[in-house]
Structures are given as structure tokens and as C-alpha cells.
Design a protein around this ligand. Structure first.
Ligand code: AMP
Ligand code: GLY
Length: 430
């Protein structure tokens, strides 16, 4: 099969790397891809993955390319093209595409939609209110004593959420989002949730419209600095499984969230085929969903896919074709840890174009994979080209060994200004 993967970050590198292992894939493109993706080869015939310089949000050019090359499957990975309706557009043009359609992608594209859906269908979530009027929002924030998560409705590049602990800060946050439009038009409507405390875990489920197959747990590290200090980022590192839930507890949590969610989708005629990624807080009152994403997590994917034993292409086809009831996902027992190497200054301003050394040495270590996120080729050398530059994953028999192996691989890689959190997986090691 000929496969086109849309996207060009670390998560997409992991998807390409895993799909390239499928004997059924005979040709693969990735748009726009990155320097690591361009280095992947197909297991079936040794040919290279071809990077195509089309942006993930450029629907018209992507469609023109796909009409010319006729991929048998297009795998749309990032949130933006999903929210823009790339899957609908491809399917309308007779091009099979995997990922949620535009309506289904609203679970991520609109926090108001998601919150109302959760409340309609009895999915455990934080106490919340939805507002398009700042004065009403402030009155609700006062009723929570200012202990709030204030969220812009629309996509805001993983940002768009302000956490506050007193009334004055909550009012400032509401003004920033609604009046000053700190996150642009995403802030015309907001969701305010009560501020919850507990351990946060990422869940993923592969969904085919009727059936959801739950992945093991993972945990991300969203803040830029050690000890969960500093600004929110796209994610500075992950590990899987996270030891806060036993398999039985995971099954229970999954069913408390996934079963009512699937039933709600069926009742409302939402045909969701893709990855549902709930962010969940394990509180003293039980698990509560903070948000839904409608795609693979980044860098969760960089720890999930090295553990996945199934052929990913088979799973994506089963998801698109409504056959997940026939499928059992199998996971390696090894623990995987991914440490992100970021550009100095990320998530604020940073420089690009720094030469990167040592990737090949790190990649040569056993059960280790360097996933490229923000990289490109410049004069034949790999250079930095984004905030998150690399995700270095290692998998071993236990969490401490996997953590040590990931950091040993990181130690082989050098670029000017590289920033790494030194405490990835520390919570899991207790
Ligand atoms: P979200 O994009 O909705 O997942 O929010 C980003 C981050 O803000 C989450 O990963 C949590 O760490 C934090 N967060 C979101 N909602 C809440 C909440 N209701 N209580 C506490 N923390 C939250
Ligand atoms: N790991 C955070 C995200 O993918 O949104």
C-alpha cells in the first residue's frame, strides 16, 4: 500500500517509523516531514520515506498532491488539519483517509462543545461553566473562590489554559483571554473549570465509531522546568506505563470515560474514527476528564509506539473500516521513557539552525530511538528547526533502567543551547 502521513513533528516521526515496519507498506510520503523522517526506510523493500514540502494545514496543495499520487491511505495526525476537515475533504474526493472528520474533531477544537458533551452524557469531569460574557464568567470564578482553570474555547496550540488560585488572578485571566484576546479568537467563549488536584495521566483509545481500544497509561511533563516549574510547553517528556493505575483500575477508568463517550457519540450521530486522547486527573473523588484531544499525543506517541506489537497500518485500517471489534492490541511489557531535547528559550523565543551532533551514536544504542521533532537538513547537516527538537526514547524492563537509558542516549547528543528536563519519570519512581 502507498501511505501519505500528514505532519512533521516528533509524534509524526514515531508514526512513520512504526508504519515503515509494516510489510504491507510499499511507498510512503510524509508532508512536510523532517530530517529524521527523511532517514526512515521501509521494511518491505528498503525504499526511503519521501518528505514532501507541503504544510500540514495546506489543504488545497495536500489534496492536489494526493490526487496525483493516489495514496491508498492518508494518515492525518495533527489537530489543525483535522479541525480544518482534511479527512472529510479527502474522503469526498475518493481518497481514503484516517483520522476524525471535522465534526468529530470538535472534541479537541472546541472546549465548550467537549464540556457540554461530557455533562450531557455523564462523563466524570470538573465542575464547570461556559461563558461568552466576562462579567458572568467572573461571578462564576468568584463562586469557586478563584480556584479555576480558565480555558479559551478554540485551538490555541496546546496553550489557551490559565490556572488561578485566587479571585484577583482569575479575573485577570478572564480579561486576558476574553477582552485582550491573548489567544486570539479562540477566547471569544471560555470554559471555567474548578481547579482540581491529583496525579495527571494521559489516556489514548483507538476508536472506529463504535468500539474503543484503550492503550496503556502514560504521563507527560508539560512544564518547561524541573519540578513542574516554568511555563506550559507541548510536552517535555513522557513514560509508559505510568504506575498510578493497575491494569484493572485503568480498565475501570477507561470504561467510566469511554463507554458513556461512545454511547454519546452514537446518540448524537458523531462518527469518530481516530484516537481519542482524554487528559485525566486522578482526584480523591475519582478520575475526572480535564479535556479531550482528538489525535495522538506528542510526546506520548514516542513512548506508545515503541511498545506496540501490532502492525500499526492494520490498526489504522481497522479503525477507519469499523473493524476494531476483531482486533486485540498487544503491548510489550517493557517500560518506555522519552526525554525531549528543546531549543534554549522554548516555549518562548529561541534560535534555530544550530548544528546537532551525536544522533547516530545515540540511535545505535540498543532499544533506543531518537525521534526528530524540529529538525531539518542544511548543507547536508541536521540542524535545529523548532522548539522541541528531538524526543529520545529508550525501553527497558523497568522504569529506572529505561529512564537511565534515555538519559544516557541524550548525553551523546549535542547542540548549542539544548534544554532538557532532568526529572522525566521521577514521579513514577516515587
Ligand atoms: P488542557 O489543555 O485542558 O489539558 O489544560 C492544560 C493543562 O492545564 C493540563 O494538562 C493540566 O495540567 C492543567 N489543567 C487543566 N484543567 C485543569 C483543572 N480543571 N484543574 C487543574 N489543572 C488543570
Ligand atoms: N502531550 C500533550 C499533547 O499532545 O497535547
Amino acid at each position: 500500500m502507498k501511505v501519505l502521513v500528514v505532519g512533521g513533528g516528533g509524534r509524526e516521526h514515531a508514526v512513520v517509523w512504526k508504519l515503515a515496519q509494516s510489510e504491507r507498506v510499499s511507498r510512503m510520503w510524509c508532508a512536510p516531514g523532517n530530517a529524521g523522517i527523511a532517514g526512515e526506510k521501509l521494511a518491505s523493500n528498503g525504499s526511503s520515506v519521501e518528505c514532501v514540502p507541503i504544510g500540514a494545514k495546506d489543504l488545497a496543495d495536500m489534496l492536489a498532491f494526493a490526487k496525483a499520487e493516489k495514496p491508498d491511505l492518508t494518515v492525518v495526525v495533527p489537530d489543525d488539519p483535522l479541525a480544518l476537515g482534511m479527512v472529510d475533504l479527502f474522503e469526498e474526493n475518493g481518497l481514503p483517509a484516517w483520522g476524525p472528520n471535522q465534526r468529530a474533531a470538535r472534541f479537541e477544537a472546541s472546549k465548550v462543545f467537549s464540556q457540554e458533551f461530557m455533562e450531557r452524557h455523564g462523563i466524570p469531569t470538573a465542575r464547570s461553566g461556559m461563558f461568552s460574557d466576562a462579567a458572568e464568567a467572573k461571578a462564576f470564578a468568584r463562586s469557586l473562590q478563584g480556584r479555576c482553570a480558565v480555558k479559551a474555547d478554540g485551538l490555541a496550540l496546546g496553550k489557551g489554559v490559565l490556572l488561578t488560585e485566587n479571585i484577583a488572578d482569575a479575573e485577570v485571566a478572564i480579561d486576558e483571554i476574553m477582552t485582550e484576546k491573548a489567544f486570539g479568537d479562540a477566547g471569544a467563549e471560555i470554559v471555567i473549570q474548578e481547579l482540581l488536584s491529583g496525579m495527571e495521566v494521559s489516556l489514548h483509545a483507538l476508536v472506529d465509531g463504535r468500539t474503543g481500544c484503550l492503550f496503556p497509561t502514560s504521563q507527560d511533563h508539560k512544564r518547561a522546568l524541573d519540578g513542574d516549574a516554568g511555563l506550559n510547553t507541548g510536552g517535555m517528556g513522557t513514560y509508559s506505563p505510568a504506575p498510578f493505575l493497575s491494569d484493572d483500575e485503568l480498565e475501570t477508568v477507561g470504561r467510566q470515560v469511554l463507554d458513556p463517550w461512545l454511547k454519546g457519540c452514537e446518540e448524537e450521530g458523531i462518527d469518530f474514527k481516530g484516537i481519542l486522547y482524554p487528559g485525566v486527573m486522578l482526584t480523591a473523588d475519582g478520575p475526572k476528564v480535564l479535556e479531550f484531544n482528538a489525535r495522538f499525543g506528542d510526546p506520548e506517541t514516542q513512548v506508545y509506539l515503541p511498545r506496540l506489537e501490532n502492525d500499526l497500518l492494520e490498526l489504522l485500517l481497522a479503525s477507519r473500516e469499523g473493524r476494531l471489534g476483531e482486533v486485540t492490541m498487544r503491548w510489550k511489557p517493557e517500560v518506555a521513557v522519552c526525554v525531549v531535547m528543546a531549543s534554549g528559550g522554548y516555549p518562548q523565543s529561541y534560535e534555530k539552525g544550530k548544528e546537532i551532533d551525536g544522533i547516530a551514536e545515540a540511535d545505535a544504542l540498543p532499544d533506543t530511538k531518537v525521534f526528530h521533532a524540529g529538525t531539518k537538513f542544511s548543507d547536508g547537516r541536521v540542524v535545529t528547526n523548532g522548539g522541541r527538537v528531538l524526543g529520545v526514547t529508550a525501553w527497558r524492563g523497568d522504569l529506572a533502567s529505561a529512564r537511565d537509558a534515555a538519559y544516557a542516549a541524550v548525553a551523546k547528543i549535542r547542540f548549542e543551547g539544548a534544554h532538557v528536563r532532568s526529572d522525566i519519570a521521577a514521579k513514577g519512581l516515587g
